[in-house]
Design a protein around this ligand. Structure first.
Ligand SMILES: O=C(O)CCC(=O)C(=O)O
Length: 266
């Protein structure tokens, strides 16, 4: 499976609609890959809390429409990162916030194949938990070419291993993790991605943000980690495209060679 992980850098000076056009063009350049992955909230801004209400959109709003077209034009499966979702039908959610941090995944024909609402909200009472409802559903998608199944999660979710165990038990062989993870804790980002890969014997495909926005420096270091815990690719701290060939059969081979999952005691 040929992957392109697009570590997008942005600052406060780039208007959202220009960024959507720029990133759609970058996705179109990835023709020839099977799967393209974008970071969390790259259009509205991962830490631009004050702008979220204004920048919220339904799944089929301007960002979703542009990403669907880019996936179709490039002929790739696209994990388009996440948007601040405000559902068109006025759904408000159990806590009445009416916004979610929602990931969008498109097939190579531009059809929406999955959405995932971030379950663990980051901010300790401010930011996400103040403004957004929490997702409730564990979501997996089929990888292109019958290469296995990927569990969807977002950024702060990476700190909660029980989510990944649930994805594993639902058949995951890979985890797709878009993020807006700050530079201040980037060591946690790389260590936790390795830990999730090793403990669940899954490939971790983790796409972070770069640049500085809303006075927060992003950590970069997007990464693809094999099921045995090797870094197959690791980005630096600027905008960068990681183009990586991943052997998904190696997941099965590793699980047979080192069958640690058989020793779980539930
Ligand atoms: O857990 C962290 O340190 C960062 C999480 C985060 O920035 C997020 O979920 O948006």
């Amino acid at each position: 499976m040929k992957l392109a992980v697009l570590q997008v850098a942005y600052g406060d000076d780039e208007p959202m609609d220009e960024r959507v056009e720029r990133v759609a063009a970058l996705v179109r350049e990835q023709r020839g890959h099977d799967l393209v992955v974008l970071p969390e909230l790259w259009a509205p801004g991962g830490f631009a809390y004050r702008e979220w209400v204004d920048r919220a959109q339904p799944v089929d709003g301007a960002i979703g429409t542009a990403m669907s077209a880019a996936a179709r034009d490039a002929g790739v499966m696209l994990h388009a990162g996440s948007i601040v979702e405000r559902p068109a039908d006025g759904e408000t959610g159990p806590e009445g916030r009416g916004l979610w941090n929602t990931s969008l995944v498109y097939g190579p024909d531009g059809s929406l194949v999955a959405t995932y609402r971030k379950i663990h909200r980051f901010g300790f009472g401010a930011g996400e938990p103040k403004l957004m409802d929490a997702g409730e559903d564990v979501v997996l998608v089929d990888l292109p070419g019958g290469e296995g199944r990927a569990g969807l999660s977002t950024c702060y979710d990476l700190r909660f291993p029980e989510l990944y165990r649930r994805q594993l038990d639902a058949g995951a062989t890979a985890f797709l993790v878009p993020a807006a993870w700050p530079a201040a804790r980037v060591r946690h980002w790389t260590l936790l991605a390795h830990a999730r890969a090793i403990e669940d014997q899954c490939v971790v495909i983790a796409c972070n943000t770069a640049g500085t926005h809303a006075r927060t420096e992003m950590g970069g270091h997007s990464q693809v980690i094999s099921a045995s815990g090797e870094a197959l690719a690791m980005a630096g701290t600027s905008e960068e495209v990681l183009s990586v060939e991943v052997d998904m059969d190696a997941v099965t081979t590793w699980r047979e060679q080192f069958p640690v999952l058989r020793d779980r005691r539930l």
